[in-house]
Write a protein that binds this ligand. Sequence first.
Ligand SMILES: Nc1ncnc2c1ncn2[C@@H]1O[C@H](COP(=O)(O)OP(=O)(O)OP(=O)(O)O)[C@@H](O)[C@H]1O
Length: 259
Amino acid sequence: MTSPIDTSDTTTGPVLSMHGITKRFGAVEALVDVTFEVRPREVVGLIGDNAAGKSTLAKIIAGALQPTAGLIEIDGAGVTIGSPSAAHRLGIATVFQDLALCENLDVSANLFLGRELNATGFLHEGRMAQLTRSVLRDLRAQIPSIHTPLHQLSGGQRQAVAIARTLIGEPRLVVLDEPTASLSVAQTAEVLTLIERLRDLGLGVVFISHNLTDIGATCDRIEVLRHGRNNGSFAGSSVRQADLIAAITGAPGYGTAHS
Ligand SMILES: Nc1ncnc2c1ncn2[C@@H]1O[C@H](COP(=O)(O)OP(=O)(O)OP(=O)(O)O)[C@@H](O)[C@H]1O
């Protein structure tokens, strides 16, 4: 339960591979011929201006939207991610900005929300508590107690609970949509550390953000979308913010797709 794929070799094939992804909403082309890949043990930043198509791509990965065209592969095999539960079965976990947690429930109950363990018809609270502690230990998340109600936690701790919740399903890939938005500097640092832990656990991570400092500090690779198209791919370690901004805004040299 708490041992996601332990893949230490980043030369292995992508866990997620998307080619020619197009998504139309009527006349609106939200995504056009997009390519996107994530390898095990890799954090890929997905950035772009408002309406660039980031959330649409995340929703397609999460099974909440279907692409109009394109090919999706998980571990090299073509798949259709027809629903959020299909994504879950394929080892894809997504944390959207609303976190989808319950304020009045405690940490452990939130981790198992909607998928409580049953033993002879009863909630198996002891086992859920054990797994909750194990997942939080794997992440080294700073949570006061697994019995603390969610409404008593900080924004960063809530994000930690939402990220810990993804590990219950033994994911290969975790998609985080703006996980540091509206967090303090200290809470942001904690969440960035959690993202690095997910990578250390062998997972592929998609990190969507408008914050280029957070992206630059954490990502192995950064993919830029502009007007629904690929508009630049950068190695995280060596990237300059000016180059990211140029790709996001379409400065000269970055005005076309697939630069
Ligand atoms: N359900 C929908 N119906 C119609 N148009 C949509 C729908 N969802 C997204 N769009 C359009 O698709 C485009 C891409 O939107 P998307 O939300 O993916 O961008 P984004 O990069 O996530 O933006 P932001 O950073 O502002 O959240 C926008 O023009 C948006 O208006």
